[in-house]
Ligand binder design. Sequence first.
Ligand SMILES: [Zn+2]
Length: 516
Amino acid sequence: MARDLVLAQGTLIDGTGGEAVTGDLLVRDGLIAAMGSFELPAEAENIDCHGLIVAPGFIDLHSHSDLHVLEGRREKLLQGVTTEVVGNCGFSAFPCGHHREELRSFANGILCGGSTWGWNSARSYLQASTQADLPVLAESLAGHGSMRVAVAGMVQGPLAPAQLEQLIATLDEALADGAVGFSTGLMYAPGSGAPREELLALCKVVARRNKIHCTHMRNYGFHLLEAIDEQLRLAEESGCRLQISHLQAVGKANRTLNARALERVEAARQRGIDVAFDCYPYIAGSTVMTQLLPQPALAGGIEALLARLADPDLRANLAAQAVRSIANGWDELLVSAVASAKNARCVGMSLQAIGLERGVDPMEAVFQLIEEERGKVNILEFNQSEENLRVNLAHPLSCIISDGFYVQGRPHPRLHGTFPSFLRRSLDDPQWLPLPAAIHKITGKPAERMGLRKKGLLRVGYTADIAVFDPMQVAGPASYEEPEQSPVGIREVIRAGVRRFGAHNQAMPSGSVRLQ
Ligand SMILES: [Zn+2]
């Protein structure tokens, strides 16, 4: 049996939003066994937490580490994260059904995967993603896009009745198997083409299982408010709980929509809809380049898209449609990853600059890159204002997420910096957001939203997932230019009672546990 662990004389912030207290915390058999003042066990391993904040391990309610968490990657652990919720925006690593290859080509732009992955069910994926020896554990949502591909391939529009039945049964089974909820990605084909009746039927399954629907909505730019209304109506009619993913108003012309979006969410809550939202602490987002196109152009997959682009009339038509719907300026959209060595120099350049260099307009540059890279291009999008971001981060209904994903290029800094940089914001400006409230948004609140039992709080009997950090030092220096910088000031991360990261492994790369 593992030795007892005592976190001694730390500043305990318990994840409820309540005030800090100074005291000891005892970890025994993977659980929090005592808190405050108690008689210290003789044989315990002691970690001096004097001057440090002791908080519940952070919960990243929205990430795309579905595949990387299984490799034991440590980017999140180093930030204090002990649990990630994956399977977001319609992309989960299961089920593959009869369309294993199509699932991979649908999801690889977001999951940054190779050519071998794919699980048949939520149960088999979760068995892998919750193993005791992984640094960080992943819970998963069942992704609408993935399930749709498993049932019908990359087709758009209504499913045949038997396929719809199968889709409903697939979701029901995934939720019964332990998926924490259902995710949609209504800006991504093929989910974007699903009719309303399909979404309503699926949300009813979510309601019956008392789980949550997390949605990457249909629009965050010119039609943000209509997109919110669509989701609120679905929640109201189905009775399911709703989490609006990465809420923001995209594009300079749409900045005033942010306040109106929040008003709608608040009003819905007042009339009894269980809705909340999340946001990452950066003004830029990140996604796949094909998201700039009208999604029906992706019906049938990338080959079908390339064939459409080869037709000059269709190409002109798609360009006109895309230009109307893109809310960012071309100088606000940057290439972050490509597949080929030839275009590697585009990484970090704006579409404006790439267009100028190629002597074509930026939309044509988008088409050319998609053709040359066969769709495998990621982008960084400077979306929103710092003022709106601060309002959303501090809003009582928000959780803070990384939305991080891996790319073969330059990742968004949120992959390495989200949680420590968010804590730094709070510590530097407690009037804006006091530290206990900030910690609540990355611990107790996400646990409650996702229905994670015995997690997210420092409470006797809860899982001993704990992050310890130095409030003087904590920061996430990862930047857009240099995104792969590790956090500073995170001193100790314990998951399920086991020390996963701390001064002990910094000093000893072998990873063996010893006191400093
Ligand atoms: Zn998303």
